[in-house]
Design a protein around this ligand. Sequence first.
Ligand SMILES: Nc1ncnc2c1ncn2[C@@H]1O[C@H](COP(=O)(O)OP(=O)(O)O)[C@@H](O)[C@H]1O
Ligand SMILES: O=C(OP(=O)(O)O)[C@H](O)COP(=O)(O)O
Length: 397
Amino acid sequence: MAFNTLDNINDITGKRVLVRVDLNVPMDGGKVTDTTRIERVLPTIRELSEKGAKVVLLAHFGRPKGERVASMSLAPVAPAVSSLLGKTVGFADDCIGPAASDAVSAMSNGDVLLLENTRFHKGEEKNDPSFAEALASNGDLYVNDAFSAAHRAHGSTEGIAKLLPAYAGRTMQAELEALSSALGDPKRPVLAVVGGAKVSSKIDLLENLVSKVDMLVIGGGMANTFLAAKGVNVGKSLCEHDLADTAKRIMSAAEAASCEIVLPADAVVAREFKAGAENETVSLDAIPADGMILDVGVASIETVASKIDTAKTLVWNGPLGAFEIEPFDTATVAAARHAAANTKAGKLNSVAGGGDTVAALNHAGAADDFSYVSTAGGAFLEWLEGKELPGVKALEA
Ligand SMILES: Nc1ncnc2c1ncn2[C@@H]1O[C@H](COP(=O)(O)OP(=O)(O)O)[C@@H](O)[C@H]1O
Ligand SMILES: O=C(OP(=O)(O)O)[C@H](O)COP(=O)(O)O
């Protein structure tokens, strides 16, 4: 697809450039715990700032559903961007209205300003044209550098691109190029590993994915919905029981496409979601009614390792367990290190992505040995399915 890039912008000095970035970064106690997504957007911010533009950052955080939720404010992210950029990043506590326009009016050439969470407005996810117009009123140009949010047709990713001259940022460009070169013609067998917690928003894409890959390992919170659909009592685990039919449909689609689905065979369960919580590894018929599955067990780890050994290409989104809390990082760390070792040995082409997945790979010390680490999770899987991403399509020149 042809789109304009920063190379196509003439005379940018003094222009207000609205840059959509993905700052949906892992946080703990108000601190950013993995800075990968921030680091990836620095080249675009730096280039625009050095060329004398007024750089206005648009981003979302979490899923506040159109409400102003204090815990989902981007305010604590601005200092993290500032310290990595080595330059002050201002913050305005709204992305539209007077708070935003006053802050933008006060900018000098080269300044960088972050606007508050776009998802504090219902118009963002609804892609409401009036919301997109309100965003666009603070810019002369629009740059999208948020490949990881490009699967969302939202005001700040899609609507706004129709209202201003629109360009792909350096990371958007780099992600598309890297994914095409790593996965354009993948060596088979292809193994997909999908875990994590965003069950309802990612489960649908598994139905297409099973026709693209040879093996699909399902772990993390995602696995519980499949286990429940198969009649396993998953206790108090994260599980979307109303998606049982979807899970069954995916399992049938996989069978029809000769894609092997691998579900956990055992589980690490605890009664509390906290570090060092008392836990036990149990078989699937012994999950306590008041227990939560927080990781896959030893037998499942061995199976995942053997599937990684069989594969020539690995695509991975979503941790196998609640890796932020020890010891529930065990399976994710083991799988990450195993895939990294096989990649290093030249036996595997490994591509992983997603805000938390990248954090998990960094936690395991495995990220540098993967063939490619994308900032994107859901967007990367949709790209892999061959779907047109609305945020990318909107940039079409
Ligand atoms: N069994 C589980 N129960 C609850 N949460 C889980 C489980 N397994 C993984 N998770 C959580 O999934 C989250 C990451 O999911 P997701 O957002 O889908 O991944 P990514 O950001 O990489 O796309 C992590 O915060 C992790 O703690
Ligand atoms: O974290 C993100 O995606 P990911 O979990 O697929 O990596 C993006 O910021 C998109 O967030 P969303 O899935 O709430 O739209």
